[in-house]
Design a protein around this ligand. Sequence first.
Ligand SMILES: NC(=O)c1ccc[n+]([C@@H]2O[C@H](COP(=O)([O-])OP(=O)(O)OC[C@H]3O[C@@H](n4cnc5c(N)ncnc54)[C@H](OP(=O)(O)O)[C@@H]3O)[C@@H](O)[C@H]2O)c1
Length: 331
Amino acid sequence: MPVTRQITLASRPIGLPTDENFTIKEVEVGEVAPGQVGVELVHISVDPYLRGRMNDAKSYVPPFSVGGPIQSGAIARVVSSRAEGIEEGDLLTGIFDWQESQVVNPAGYRKLDATGISPTAYLGILGMPGLTAYAGLFYIADAKEGETIFVSGAAGAVGSAVGQMAKIKGLTVIGSAGGPQKVSRLIELGFDKALDYRGGDIKAQLMDAAPDGIDIYFDNVGGDHLIAALEASNDFARFALCGSISEYNLTERSQGAWNLFRAVQRRIKLQGFIVTDFMDRSRGFYEEVVPWIQEGKLKFDETVVKGFENTPSAFLGLFSGSNTGKMIVTL
Ligand SMILES: NC(=O)c1ccc[n+]([C@@H]2O[C@H](COP(=O)([O-])OP(=O)(O)OC[C@H]3O[C@@H](n4cnc5c(N)ncnc54)[C@H](OP(=O)(O)O)[C@@H]3O)[C@@H](O)[C@H]2O)c1
């Protein structure tokens, strides 16, 4: 039986994960049975939500088991097929084990369309992060032309899509990110204002950047960014609560937003959401977003780490901001 490399969760992280929480081991690759395909991973998506799956806690996705494979979105090439409609060389996308070669039932995967757009886009702008941005902006925050939006984590996969989609729809866009290079990139992408949260107090910067207030906050970061957005909000603002990456590795309970009462005073609507609730709207999303990409209105940055064995360090890099745009591992 041929063997392949698999990355497993060696132990549950406490606080910020480290390399020691991951192991690479060799496992056997099974036979391809009728209805199945053999695949080799080509690109792996590493995403902040995987951190939550490393805890032994009930959430909207079950935890990884210690000793078992990590899984995430990926693109794989079919190397042998015993399934109707799937041929060698086809590219499949969906959730795969972090395992170089594996056998799967293709019913759980999507064959990539020939849009002429790079396959890695299906892990970012045309994949889960892109749909997250679109759903949060239009279905949760109900974004409208002429409004002002603040998006945190704005240089990342979700945030950069949110800001550009909002610009396409005629909003004024303020983004925050860590460091001068990311802030410059946001301006190149068309953001009206970009704030470096590492360079000074985010609340003071936001109040200065939005003297007439914000109508929408798209929250990827939580913590001090959420507090700042509550202070800067207008009456009847909408907050799309997408993520809270500043809190994923806390070892003590979060202090929360001390000024949440602003939501009462200003009649703010705060709504959390999970992208998987919007999968049935994927078709409408593709129909609108694919032309934006093809026409050059919507750009997507990628940070590519090479080598299967570097997947854990690429994942860890999300928490120090080593990515601009979508963090991808290419095998
Ligand atoms: N609700 C959903 O269905 C859903 C779906 C996808 C993603 N999400 C959430 O959306 C957010 C963005 O995800 P993504 O995939 O697009 O990741 P990403 O933004 O591409 O990567 C993570 C970024 O977070 C920033 N960051 C890390 N630690 C931070 C901290 N302590 N304070 C402020 N910023 C910090 C870093 O950028 P800087 O260099 O700018 O700090 C880093 O590049 C995450 O919170 C994620 O959990 C939610």
